[in-house]
Design a protein. Structure first.
Length: 246
């Protein structure tokens, strides 16, 4: 009786752990192009299990030959998503404050003014994922944040207006940085380079990325590979307070 009880508890623990791993994997990939492929993989595994159970020799042999090649192809094609997922697993659970309340106010104020003048801008606020590799593609500044400084940085004729600005620990870490363009499929492909760069960086990191459209004068925010609707200045401040400061 004791042996049966111990075995049952082990089986239950095994099932719970496997289910937790699948759930966490799904949550890590949620919102990326890999989530649809993950569903396809689950269908593939289910078909393989059914073929084994029903002893369908030909189908089972075919699926067995496809599996190793398919696994290698998935690793190659979805390397950015896998990297982002592994980075997220390794992040500390203690939230790092990417900017102080005063810095967020300055960023919001600058975004509003640039939107009014239709000055294009791209700003990434670092959270848990280090953005050092992207900062290395631009010009290191380590400057204090202020609304006039940000506006001057993105002025049309300014030498550093192209590319993105990175905020780290309440300071401007770098400017004129290159961000990865959006990699996922979907409606975002119709957007311009700044918007796709904002989405792309937010797909690979947990950064909060802000973008001003120079065509429409609109403000948007990207997190987790998703782009928000147009935001007012007040809405932007609320979102930043929620995502970065609190």
């Amino acid at each position: 009786m004791t042996v049966l009880l111990t075995t049952s508890l082990k089986d239950l623990l095994d099932i719970v752990l496997v289910a937790t791993l699948f759930y966490q994997g799904y949550m890590l990939l949620s919102g990326t192009r890999a989530v649809n492929v993950l569903r396809g993989v689950l269908v593939f595994v289910l078909a393989w299990a059914v073929s084994n159970f029903l002893q369908l020799t030909a189908l089972n042999s075919l699926l067995g030959r496809i599996a190793p090649v398919g696994l290698f192809a998935l690793v190659v094609v979805f390397q950015p998503e896998l990297r982002a997922a592994l980075e997220q697993i390794g992040r500390t659970r203690v939230r790092d404050v990417g900017a102080s309340g005063a810095a967020l106010q300055d960023i919001s104020r600058a975004m509003e003014r640039m939107a009014e003048r239709k000055t294009g801008a791209l700003i990434a606020i670092e959270r848990r994922t280090p953005l050092g590799e992207y900062a290395a593609t631009g010009v290191k500044l380590d400057a204090q944040i202020s609304a006039p400084f940000i506006e001057a940085l993105f002025a049309r004729n300014a030498p550093l207006h192209d590319g993105g600005m990175i905020v780290q620990s309440g300071r401007v870490l770098a400017a004129a940085c290159l961000f990865p363009l959006q990699a996922s499929d979907g409606i975002y492909r119709r957007y311009g380079t700044r918007h796709r760069a904002a989405i792309g960086l937010s797909e690979l990191t947990d950064a909060v990325v802000l973008v001003v459209s120079e065509e429409r004068g609109s403000i948007r925010l990207a997190t987790g590979g998703r782009l928000s609707a147009d935001l007012t200045g007040a809405e932007l401040r609320d979102r930043l307070r929620e995502l970065v400061y609190e």
